[in-house]
Design a protein around this ligand. Structure first.
Ligand code: GLY
Ligand code: MN
Ligand code: MN
Length: 359
C-alpha cells in the first residue's frame, strides 16, 4: 500500500522537484505521524530525514519510523542545524510550502540555506491531503458519528428561555466528554442573530418562532467533523418553511451531482441556481463547502469557479446557507466522501425541518 511519503514523492517528481522541506505542523503529522509541535522533514528521491529539537528526541524516534530522525539541542540553533542537514544531503534546489511559510521565514531561509534555491511547492500538499486513504475515511466516519450523537443530545435544550451560550457549552461538554477536542468554537445563533453565518453564541435566550442555527464539530483521533443544522423553536411560519425548504433543495441538488470528474465550481453553482429560483441566492455569501480532514478547513474549495475536479477519496463539507438580515438564517451542512460512483454522506442527522421542543 502506498504511504503518504510515497504519494508525496510521486507528486514532487511530477512537478519536477527533487527535494522538499515540510514544516507545517499538520502537513508533518499527515506525512510522518509525528504529534509534537515542532519538526521539519526533508524528502528527496531516496532519503527522508526528520529533524526536531531535544524536547522530542524520544517521541520522534517512536513516532517517525519511516524517516532518519535527527535532533538538535541548545546552543545549536534550529535553522543552522536544518541548513547543515540540507547541505549534507547534497540538495541544490528545495521545494517549500509557499502558502504557509511567512515572508520573513522565507527571507531567513534564503540567507541561511544559500546558495540553495528555494522554490514553491504550489498547492501540492493541499491536493495530496484532499484525497483521503481508507483509514482516514474511517476516522472521519467515526468523527461524524460523534457529531450526529452530539446533535441528538442537544436537541433537548432547544426550548424558550435557554441561552445560545448554554447550548454551545453543552455541545463542547458533550464532544469533550466523548473523547474529542473542539474542532472550532461552536456557532449557536438564534432569531435575527441566525442571519450571522459565523456569529458567536451570546446570552440571548431562545424565543418562540426563532430559527436556531448550530454549527459544530469535534476533532477525534486527529480528524474533524463539521455539521450544521437549523431548527425552529415552537412554531414554524410559512416563511420559515419556504426558506428552509429551498436551502435543503439547494443542498440536495449539490449532493446529487457530486461524483468523480465533476468540477467543484459546478457543484457550488448547482446550489446557487436553486436558491436563485426564489431570489435567495443574493443571501448566500460564502462558498458551498471546503475540504475536511486533519484541519476543519483542510484546503480545497467547493466554491464559485473552483477548478478542483472531484476524485474518489476527497472529503468535503456541503453547506449552503441563506441569511436574511432582520429575519434570520438557515444553513444545512453535511460531510461527504467522494466514492467511485458518487458520494457517501458521513453525517446522518435528519434534515427535515425540526420544530422543537417536540410535543
Ligand atoms: N464551522 C465552520 C464552517 O462550517 O466552515
Ligand atoms: Mn460548520
Ligand atoms: Mn464547514
Amino acid at each position: 500500500m502506498k504511504t503518504n511519503l510515497d504519494r508525496l514523492r510521486a507528486k514532487m517528481f511530477t512537478a519536477g522537484l527533487t527535494a522538499v522541506l515540510i514544516s507545517d505542523e499538520t502537513n508533518l503529522g499527515w506525512l510522518t505521524g509525528f504529534t509534537g509541535s515542532f519538526g521539519r522533514a526533508i524528502v528527496t528521491a531516496d532519503r527522508a530525514r526528520f529533524i526536531t529539537d531535544s524536547r522530542y528526541t524520544l517521541q520522534a524516534q517512536e513516532e517517525v519510523p519511516s524517516m532518519e530522525v535527527t535532533t538538535f539541542a541548545s546552543p545549536k540553533e534550529g535553522d543552522e542545524f536544518l541548513a547543515e542537514n540540507i547541505h549534507e544531503l547534497g540538495i541544490l534546489e528545495l521545494g517549500f510550502e509557499s502558502s504557509i511559510v511567512t515572508h520573513s521565514g522565507w527571507e531567513r531561509w534564503t540567507t541561511k540555506f544559500a546558495p540553495i534555491k528555494l522554490v514553491s511547492m504550489g498547492p501540492m500538499m493541499v491536493e495530496l491531503r484532499l484525497v483521503k486513504s481508507p483509514e482516514e475515511i474511517d476516522l472521519l466516519r467515526t468523527s461524524c458519528r460523534l457529531a450526529d450523537a452530539c446533535f441528538d443530545h442537544i436537541k433537548r435544550l432547544i426550548q424558550p428561555g435557554v441561552s445560545e451560550i448554554d447550548i454551545s457549552l453543552d455541545i463542547e461538554f458533550f464532544l469533550r466528554r466523548n473523547g474529542a477536542e473542539i474542532g472550532f468554537a461552536p456557532i449557536v445563533v438564534s432569531g435575527e442573530r441566525s442571519a450571522r453565518p459565523h456569529g458567536t453564541p451570546s446570552e440571548k435566550l431562545l424565543e418562540l418562532g426563532d430559527f436556531v442555527t448550530m454549527d459544530f464539530g469535534g476533532t477525534l483521533n486527529g480528524y474533524n467533523s463539521d455539521i450544521t443544522r437549523t431548527v425552529v423553536v415552537g412554531h414554524a411560519s410559512d416563511r420559515h418553511r419556504e426558506v428552509y425548504e429551498l436551502v435543503l433543495a439547494a443542498q440536495m441538488a449539490a449532493l446529487a451531482m457530486m461524483k468523480p470528474g465533476v468540477a467543484a465550481g459546478d457543484v457550488d453553482k448547482s446550489a446557487r441556481d436553486v436558491l436563485a429560483t426564489k431570489d435567495l441566492a443574493k443571501f448566500f455569501g460564502h462558498g458551498l463547502g471546503h475540504g475536511l480532514g486533519l484541519a476543519v478547513h483542510d484546503g480545497g474549495r467547493l466554491g464559485p469557479g473552483s477548478p478542483t475536479i472531484l476524485e474518489p477519496g476527497q472529503v468535503w463539507t456541503v453547506e449552503p446557507g441563506v441569511y436574511i438580515p432582520g429575519f434570520g438564517g438557515v444553513r444545512i451542512e453535511d460531510d461527504v466522501v467522494v466514492t467511485e460512483t458518487g458520494i457517501e454522506i458521513l453525517t446522518h442527522t435528519p434534515k427535515e425541518l425540526l420544530v422543537l421542543p417536540q410535543p
